[in-house]
Design a binder for this molecule. Sequence first.
Ligand code: XMP
Length: 520
Amino acid sequence: MTDISHQKLLIIDFGSQVTQLIARRLRELNVYCEIHPFNRVDDAFLADFAPLAVILSGGPSSVFADGAPMPPASVFTLGVPVLGICYGQQVMMHCLGGRVERGHGTAEFGRAFVAPKGARPAFLSGWFEGEREQVWMSHGDHVSALAPGFEVYGTSPNAPFAITADLERNFYAVQFHPEVHHTPNGARFYENFTRLAGFTGDWTMGAYREEAIRKIRDQVGDAKVICGLSGGVDSSVAAVLIHEAIGDQLTCVFVDHGLLRLGEADEVVKMFRDHYNMPLIHADEQELFLGALDGQSDPETKRKIIGGLFIDVFQKHAGEVGGAKFLAQGTLYPDVIESVSFSGGPSVTIKSHHNVGGLPEKMGLQLVEPLRELFKDEVRALGRELGLPASFIGRHPFPGPGLAIRCPGEITREKLEILRKADAVYIDQIRKHGLYDEIWQAFVAILPVRTVGVMGDGRTYDFACALRAVTSVDGMTADYYPFSHEFLGETATRIINEVQGINRVTYDITSKPPGTIEWE
Ligand code: XMP
C-alpha cells in the first residue's frame, strides 16, 4: 500500500472488465483512489488504508456461487460512504439483509434508460434534468428485495432497483455502470458521491510532484540511483522528477542499440545532457546489437536477443557508476494493478515484451518507481508540470526493440537506413497535416519483399513498405486511422521520390485484434 497524505478512496475489485475506468473517472475529479482485489482486502487492511469512501466494483460472479467474492464485513461498519456497482450492489444487498435473484440465463446487457423515483436526494444532483438518464447495464443476477433502510431513487423497465440508497448510513447501490462512456452523466454521479464523502479534490499534479520528491529523498537518502533512459515519455518523466529530487546522485544510461529512428539518439542525449544537465552515459552499442541480430529472422528470437543484450549492456554501464543502490523505472499504475483472474489459466504469450525485468535482483538493486500511482495521461500532465517540452510529452510510444520489429525478416543496415528515411517522411507528412496528436502511434514497416516498378524510363526493383497508423486508448486494442485518399497518395509519392530503395507503398488497415500494432 502507498504511504500518502491525500484523501483516499478504496475500490474493492470483484473482477469487472471496467474497474480501471472507475479509477479514471475519480482521478479526473482529482480524487486519489487505489484498486485492490477483494481477496487482498481484510479488516486490518481497511483499518490501515483508512479510506474516506469505498466503492465495490462490478464483477462476473454471482453471490450464489460457492466462495462468492465478498468484502470484509467491516466495510459496512467503518462509518464511511459505500457505493456498490452492479455486482457490488448485489453484494451490498446480500450482506445487509436484502435479496438477490438468479438471472436464470436472462441477462440484461447494454443501453437502458433510468427514470427518477421519489425524492431527488443530493447524490443525484444534476441527474434527471431531462426526464431520464441513459445508463449502461451488464448483469445476470438482480436485486429483488432491498435491505432495510434502502429506498429506490431510479428505475428502468428491466431494473426496478436501478438506483438505491440508504441515505442515513450513506450507502449507495446502483445496478448500472456509471464509469463507462455509455452512461454519459456518469462523471456527475461520481462527483456527487465523492463530494458527499468529503473529498475536496486534493489530488493535483503540483501536490503529487512535491510529495513524490519528498518520498524519493526519503527512500534514497544519499545513495546513487541509475535509470535506463529510452527517450520515451515514462522513463523521461521519471528521470526528470528523480533528478529534481536528488540531483547528480542520479545517472541515466541511454543504450543506442542501432535500432532508433532518424536523429533520435542525438535528440535524447542533447535534451537530457544539455538542457537538464543530467549525468548521462550514452552507450553506443550499435555494432554489438546489429552483429548479434545478423541473419536472424524469427520475431521472438530477435526480441530475445535484444532483451538479453540490453540487460548485459545496461549492467555493464551501470557498473561504471559505482555503488548504485537503486534502479529507477517508469512503471505506471496499469502495470501495477493486480487484476482478479477468474479463469485462473495462464495467458498465451503473444510477444515477449522487452524491458529490464530481472535486473534488480541480478544486480542487487532496489527499485525507485515514482510513477507507480499514475495513468499515462497523468504522467503527461506531470511531465508538463516539470517543464518537459510539449513536443516531447506528446511523442508517440516507441517500443523497446525499436525498428527491429518494424523490419520483418532479416535486419540489415541497408534496410534500417531506408526505414529511417521513410519513417521520417511519413511522420513529417502527418505533422504537416496536423494529425500527429489525433493518432496514437504511426510508423513505417519495411517489408521483406522487393517489387518491380518503373521510374522515369527505367525499371526499379526495390523494397515495399507498409504505413501503419492507429488510434487507441491504451495500446491494448486499436483501430486503423482513416486517412483520406489524398493524404495517402501524397505520402506514397513523397516516400517513393525522396527515399531511395522503396518503390511501393501500402497502407495497413488491420485493427487490433486481430492484428497487433507492431508487425512483429
Ligand atoms: P503490439 O504490437 O503488441 O503493441 O500491439 C502494443 C504497444 O506496445 C508497444 N510495444 C512495446 N513496447 N517494448 C515496449 O516498450 C516492447 O517490446 C514492445 N512491443 C510492442 C507497441 O509499440 C505499441 O505501442
